[in-house]
Design a protein around this ligand. Structure first.
Ligand code: UD1
Ligand code: CA
Length: 454
């Protein structure tokens, strides 16, 4: 049966107190809407409709890649009205699944269960059992435990308010029957809104059955209205990610102190110390060690690498057994070959460092091609920028760069060349030779130091 998903995202989200539309706030590095959209894609929906109201331009700009129909709800007259804006465009034989842009943790597995039993003459409703059902619509069941109606919290009697089974708002129904019902829903209630939930009572009165399913975890159906709830769901997702990694053989020093804002893949026996942030797509091999406080973005780090604390790595490739940090900054376009080392207070950008080469201390390497077994002394600076253009530094295999050297690019350092400490190198240096540019050392005897004035 064809499936059309409607994602409601027209609410203003006033409690977020934000210029950003609510559904664009991120959870685990992806917008709330992205989570719901991805979930709809996992269901192989034939069509996805996003109902928007506020911040339409901002929303569409942020979601350019989506294959979705954007439907504007000009005035927010209630959830039934919102659904109608999209459902009126959906063919009768489609199953419609209603999701919410601000309920981001819903899982495809739960929805598959919900959709499994949907037929022409029934409605599938996702409900949840909450210890504190305050604010939610309550599920009213008859003497035979069959769903009879949903009563909104604001419309509920004292007895009804005690019901702990609540409406998640997520519902599946055939489009033909849905559209027929939506025409019959009025706004005679406390909020003066067209409630989608009235659908249930209508269907029951029409003699249709309402089947219910529950999610594996209530977090799946929690909505986000303010930044407090946003932070709470963020922690829940992070814990889920951490538990999944640990189940796969990754050690995490403290699963409450890790942030994965995207996708982290890691091999067995990889160890992640506290307070690390992973962004975008990060791939770690087996036996990798990530020290405390590292920030790693869109990078691949092969087996047995050791990343010492407080290192920042972005858009880089690290081959097997590389050591980085502590306090290293590996910037985009960097490739570190097997066994190479980058030590403390070293910044590397758009540079390839060859096998077993080392830059252990206080160095800037920008736009370099560095061979194997090269030693870069402390305080080496590649002067890659002349104020207008960037230039390249080539350092060939086996070269030794003495400490406190400036390499003024474009420049090439030959194979097995040695550069004397304290040099400013402006021309290419020969293979196997010592090159240095340094004022000759002199001594002034009996030197009188300045005296403090009386
Ligand atoms: C709704 C349900 C309630 C359920 C709860 C679960 C109704 C009438 N009530 O209540 O039974 O327990 O969700 O969270 O459906 N929206 C629009 N356009 C509108 C109104 C709402 O797009 O005109 C969107 C909002 O952006 C929001 C969602 O629909 O994402 C829910 O609307 P909201 O007004 O928050 O409904 P609740 O009072 O939470
Ligand atoms: Ca809500």
């Amino acid at each position: 049966m064809p499936l059309s998903v409607i994602i409601l995202a027209a609410g203003q989200g006033t409690r977020m107190k934000s210029s950003l539309p609510k559904v664009l706030h991120p959870v685990a590095g992806r917008t709330m809407l992205e989570h719901v959209y991805q979930c709809s894609c996992e269901l192989k929906a034939d069509a996805i409709y996003i109902v928007y109201g506020h911040g339409g331009e901002q929303l569409k700009a942020a979601c350019k890649k989506y294959q979705a129909h954007w439907v504007e709800q000009v005035e927010q007259l209630g959830t039934a009205h919102a659904v109608q804006q999209a459902s009126s465009k959906i063919p009768d034989d489609h199953t419609v699944l209603v999701l919410y842009g601000d309920v981001p943790l819903i899982k495809a597995a739960t929805l598959k269960k919900l959709l499994a039993d949907i037929k022409d003459d029934n409605i599938a409703l996702l409900t949840a059992l909450l210890t504190d059902p305050t604010g939610y619509g309550r599920i009213v069941r008859d003497n035979h435990d069959v769903v009879a109606a949903i009563v909104e919290h604001k419309d509920a009697s004292v007895a009804e308010q005690k019901i702990c089974e609540v409406n998640t708002g997520i519902v599946a129904i055939r489009a033909g029957y849905l559209n027929q019902c939506l025409k019959r829903i009025g706004n005679d209630n406390v909020q003066g809104e067209y409630y989608l939930t009235d659908l249930i009572e209508l269907a029951v009165n029409d003699g249709r059955t309402v089947i219910t399913t529950q999610p594996a975890s209530t977090a799946e159906v929690e909505g986000i209205n303010d930044r407090n709830q946003l932070a709470k769901l963020e922690r829940i997702v992070q814990q889920e990610y951490a538990f999944a990694l640990m189940a796969d053989g990754v050690s995490i020093a403290d699963p409450a102190r890790i942030d994965i804002r995207g996708e982290l893949n890691a091999g067995n026996d990889t160890y992640i110390d506290v307070n690390c942030i992973f962004e975008g797509e990060v791939n770690l091999g087996t036996g990798v060690s990530i020290g405390a406080g590292c920030v790693i973005k869109n990078s691949t780090i092969a087996c047995d690498c050791v990343i010492k604390p407080y290192s920042i790595i972005e858009n880089a490739m690290l081959a097997k057994g590389v050591e980085v940090g502590p306090y290293a900054r590996i910037r985009p376009g960097t490739q570190l070959a097997a066994g190479s080392r980058v030590g403390n207070f070293v910044e590397i950008k758009n540079t390839s460092l060859g096998k077993n080469s080392k830059a252990s201390h206080l160095t800037y390497l920008g736009d370099c091609e560095i061979g194997d077994n090269v030693n870069i002394g402390a305080g080496t600076i590649t002067c890659n920028y002349d104020g207008a253009n960037k230039h390249k530094t080539v350092i060939k295999d086996g070269a030794f760069i003495g400490s406190d050297t400036q390499l003024v690019a474009p420049v090439t350092i030959g194979e097995n060349a040695t550069i004397g400490a304290g040099s400013t190198i402006t021309r290419d240096s020969d293979d196997n030779a010592l090159t240095l540019s340094r004022a000759a050392q002199k001594t002034i005897k009996n030197w009188q130091r300045p005296q403090k004035k009386k």
